[in-house]
Design a protein around this ligand. Structure first.
Ligand SMILES: *Cc1c(COP(=O)(O)O)cnc(C)c1O
Length: 210
C-alpha cells in the first residue's frame, strides 16, 4: 500500500482527542505530500537541516514537530519552523532555546523529554528533574512548556512498555501540564491506553526507513 492508503487505514483507529504526528524523517517531500493530500498536516522530523529544507519546500500550513536530539548550534534552524519542539532533553538546551526564541521575538512551545525506558542510551530528564524544571517554567519566558515526551523501552514485553508509559503519565500528572507525546508504530495503542495525547508514527505510514 502507498502512503495515503496507510494513513487512511490508520486514522479511524485513532481517537479524535489524540493528535497524530506523521514522522517523515528520511522520507522525500513526495511522500509528505501524499499524506498531505489526504489531510495530514502535522509532521515530525529529527534533523534540523532536513526539517528546515522540507519546511521551506512544502505548504505553509504544515505543523512541524521537532523530535530529535537538538544541538545548540542548530536551534536557529529549528525555531522559525517548529510548532513544537518535543525533544528538549536537558536544562542546558531549554535555556539555549529560551535565549534564541527571545532573540527571534518568539515564544516557542516545547515538551520536556523524560527518560523512562530501561535503556541507558535513551536521553532526557529524570522524572524528578522534569517536575522540578516544569515548576520553574517562569525562568524561561520565551518557552512555553506544554507537556512531556517519552519513549518506551524497545522490547516486545508489553508489560514493560506499559509500565514505561505509565511512568511518563505520572510525570505529566505531577507537572500539571496537559500534553503527553508517546507511542510509535509498534506501541501507540498501549500509549493511548496510558494517556497519550500525541502519538508519533513513522514506519506504519511511510514504510521502513532502511
Ligand atoms: C523515528 C521516531 C518515531 C517514529 O518511529 P516509527 O517506529 O517509525 O513509528 C517516533 N518518535 C521518535 C522520537 C522518532 O525518532
Amino acid at each position: 500500500m502507498g502512503v495515503a492508503d496507510n494513513l487512511l487505514a490508520l486514522l479511524p483507529e485513532i481517537p479524535s482527542s489524540v493528535s497524530l504526528v506523521a514522522v517523515s524523517k528520511f522520507k522525500p517531500v513526495e511522500d509528505i505530500m501524499a499524506a498531505y493530500s489526504v489531510g495530514q498536516r502535522r509532521f515530525g522530523e529529527n534533523r534540523p537541516l532536513e526539517m528546515e529544507a522540507k519546511a521551506k519546500a512544502l505548504p505553509a500550513d504544515i505543523e512541524w514537530h521537532f523530535i530529535g536530539h537538538l544541538q545548540t548550534n542548530k536551534i536557529k534552524n529549528v525555531i522559525p519552523y517548529a510548532a513544537l519542539i518535543e525533544s528538549v532533553d536537558s536544562e542546558h538546551l531549554l535555556a539555549a532555546i529560551d535565549r534564541a526564541a527571545g532573540a527571534a521575538g518568539r515564544v516557542v512551545d516545547c515538551l520536556l523529554e523524560v527518560h523512562v525506558a530501561a535503556e541507558e542510551s535513551k536521553t532526557g530528564f529524570s522524572p524528578d528533574e522534569a517536575v522540578e524544571v516544569a515548576r520553574r517554567a517562569a525562568d524561561y519566558p520565551n518557552v512555553r512548556i506544554r507537556g512531556i515526551m517519552a519513549m518506551a523501552t524497545n522490547t516486545d514485553d508489553e508489560a514493560r512498555v506499559r509500565a514505561d508509559f505509565r511512568a511518563a503519565h505520572d510525570v505529566l500528572l505531577r507537572t500539571g501540564l496537559s500534553e503527553l507525546s508517546m507511542g510509535m508504530s509498534g506501541d501507540w495503542r498501549i500509549a493511548i491506553e496510558e494517556g497519550a495525547t500525541i502519538i508519533r508514527i513513522g514506519s506504519s505510514i511511510f514504510g521502513s526507513r532502511y
